[in-house]
Structure formats: structure tokens, C-alpha cells
Design a protein around this ligand. Structure first.
Ligand code: TRP
Ligand code: SF4
Length: 330
């Protein structure tokens, strides 16, 4: 039986962090055997929020290279997965244009991630057409490969919903015998959402992340500064792991240790300082093989992976675009 196809992407806006490692990336690695996998560097998506910061724009290309090196270090295998850069496949922009014709403005204006970002990002102007159209570009990414499933975190569900609506609308408006686009399903990343060191969602744009490239000391230092259960003032107060950011990390770590921490925290037999120290040790242990692998990956390896990925992606995209142009009769 033919494997189902998945596509997912990440924006190259900075260093990869623990949220990626426990969330998306871990999942991506696991899915390589069961699915036909396409993993994309969403560099045009990065531009939607960085366009007016020329120094950040200049960093997109090198961030993309660093990000792909991190992917390889974490176990993404180019013999199993097609990894490529969005901007290496111009068909993304053609499909984006065509899909934008059928996408009602209201769908985009009501999108919760759009409204949230408008509130959060204050230091520069994201009141652009491109930023509003972010989910349409994402829909193009997914539909261009006629992916069946899209592994994403919870925060991306609204974009997936818009993608499905666009697919449905397109299939309805331009019916051809075999509907053009499958409606892609979200494959929710199981691990819990990691909070950043300041208690907000961990995000490159909030600057509150523990990065994969941080060394062991930096990792321990960042973790030691994290805020914990705000109601636990004295060491013998009972803690509430469920409201503690540190515990969101424990939950992400494979194994049973988080059960021990839960009871030790609730009956106050472990203090937060010790808890964080243990956590830093666990995380450093988990990252050790990744950090070792990362040292061995050369820029040439990254470039050749992206080069062959682009070729494969362009060929797949070309097939879809023939069908799309046919169905809209242009
Ligand atoms: N919007 C995604 C994010 O910020 C990145 C992305 C771009 C993506 N295109 C995609 C994810 C297609 C899944 C599928 O994380
Ligand atoms: Fe959080 Fe650990 Fe402190 Fe409990 S002991 S409140 S889990 S840091």
C-alpha cells in the first residue's frame, strides 16, 4: 500500500529550541518510516514578520541552514524525507496567488493566531497584506503536495482549519472528476506545549526559549531562573505541578520521572531549586547525542540536502500545478 503523505514546515527565524525538540521535531523523526515525509523551511513565512528588519532578513538564509543542520542532528534522514526550502519551489507562490482568489477576507481576519499576533507584536508593523495572507501561503504549502496529514502543534490548528476550508472551496468551485485537493488532517503533536522561561508560550519571537545550541551551562542557568508555582513560597509549602512551567518540561521528558516529581512536589519533599537542577541534568543528557551529531554536520551536507530536496519538491509541485491550471481553465 502506498504510504500516506505528510508535509510540515518551520520558520527559520532563529535557533531551534526545546519546544521544537519535544514537539514537532521528535514527531517528524518518528514519522519518517510510516509516512512519505516532506519537511519544509518556511522562509517566505519568516518574511511576513521580519520584512522590515533588514538585519533579521539578512539572517534568514543562515538561520535556514542552521535549522536544517539541527534537523539532521535530531535524526531527520534525507534518504527517507524530502527536506527543502519553500523559496526554492516557486510554485508555492503561484498556488498562493490562485488560492488567495477564492479565500474570503473574513476567514483571515477572524483567524485567532492573526488576532493574537497583532496584539503581541508591537515593535513593528505587521499590518500588511502578506501577514494577513499567512494562512493562505500555508495552505498553498500543504495543498501543493496534496498532503493527507500535517503534523503540527495546537497553535497551528486554526491554519489547518483554513487550509481545509480553502481546499473544500476550491474543489467545490472547480469540480473535476477527481477532486483536486484532499482535505488535510492535523496530526496533533502529543507532547504538551512547553512554556518559555518567563511562563509565556515558548517562542522565538518572545526570546524566552532554551535553545538546542545552548551549551550545558547555559541550559542549566536558564532553567534555574524559571518561575515556578507562584503559590509555593516556602520549601515546605505543597507545590502545584500543573501550574508550574518547570513541570511542563518534566511532562515532555520520556519515562516515569515526572510521576516522582509530581508526588515529591505535592508533598513538598523536593524544593524548586533541586527540582530545576535535576531537570537541567535530564535535558542535558537528552541533548547530548544531538549536540555531538550537530558538531559533525558540515555546511556542504546541509546544502546538498536542500539541493536534492528542492529537486524532488519541484517535481511534485509541478504535477499538482498541471492539475490546478487545468481545473481553473487558465
Ligand atoms: N506556520 C507554521 C509555524 O509557524 C510554519 C509552516 C509554514 C507550516 N507552512 C507550513 C506548518 C505548512 C505546517 C505546514 O510553525
Ligand atoms: Fe515546579 Fe518542581 Fe517547584 Fe514543583 S518542585 S513547583 S514542579 S519547580
Amino acid at each position: 500500500m502506498k504510504k500516506k503523505r505528510i508535509l510540515s514546515g518551520m520558520r527559520p527565524t532563529g535557533a531551534m529550541h526545546l519546544g521544537h525538540f519535544f514537539g514537532a521535531l521528535g514527531n517528524w523523526v518518528k514519522m519518517q518510516d510510516e509516512y512519505e515525509t516532506f519537511y519544509m523551511v518556511a522562509d517566505w513565512h519568516a518574511m511576513t514578520t521580519l520584512y522590515d528588519k533588514t538585519s533579521d532578513m539578512a539572517g534568514i538564509r543562515s538561520s535556514a541552514d542552521d535549522m536544517v543542520a539541527d534537523w539532521l542532528a535530531c535524526g531527520i534522514d534525507t534518504s527517507k524525507s524530502c527536506i527543502f526550502r519553500q523559496s526554492d519551489v516557486p510554485a508555492h507562490s503561484e498556488l498562493f496567488l490562485i488560492l488567495s482568489m477564492v479565500t474570503p477576507l473574513g476567514w483571515l481576519q477572524r483567524c485567532p493566531t492573526y488576532k493574537e499576533q497583532l496584539k503581541e507584536i508591537k515593535n513593528h508593523d505587521i499590518g500588511t497584506f502578506g501577514f494577513l495572507g499567512y494562512p493562505v501561503l500555508q495552505a498553498a504549502d500543504i495543498l501543493l503536495y496534496r498532503a493527507h496529514c500535517v503534523p503540527v502543534g495546537e497553535d497551528q490548528l486554526p491554519h489547518l482549519e483554513i487550509t481545509r476550508e480553502i481546499a473544500r472551496r476550491f474543489n467545490h468551485l472547480y469540480p473535476i472528476p477527481d477532486k483536486v485537493f484532499p482535505e488535510p488532517k492535523a496530526l496533533l503533536t502529543k507532547s504538551p506545549r512547553l512554556l518559555g522561561t518567563d511562563g509565556r508560550k515558548m517562542s522565538k519571537s518572545y526570546g524566552n526559549a532554551v535553545n538546542l545550541s545552548d551549551d550545558e551551562k547555559t541550559t542549566a542557568k536558564k532553567i534555574s531562573r524559571m518561575i515556578t508555582d507562584p503559590e509555593r513560597i516556602h520549601k515546605d509549602d505543597a507545590g502545584h505541578p500543573d501550574v508550574c512551567s518547570v513541570f511542563s518540561y518534566w511532562k515532555a521528558i520520556p519515562g516515569e520521572k515526572n510521576k516522582e516529581i509530581t508526588s515529591d512536589c505535592k508533598n513538598a519533599s523536593i524544593g524548586c531549586v533541586a527540582c530545576k537542577k535535576l531537570l537541567a541534568e535530564e535535558i542535558n543528557l537528552l541533548l547530548l547525542p544531538v549536540r555531538e551529531a550537530r558538531k559533525k554536520i558540515s555546511p556542504e551536507e546541509v546544502h546538498s540536502a536542500l539541493e536534492s530536496g528542492a529537486q524532488k519538491a519541484r517535481a511534485e509541485a509541478a504535477e499538482t500545478m498541471v492539475i490546478v491550471r487545468d481545473s481553473i481553465k487558465i
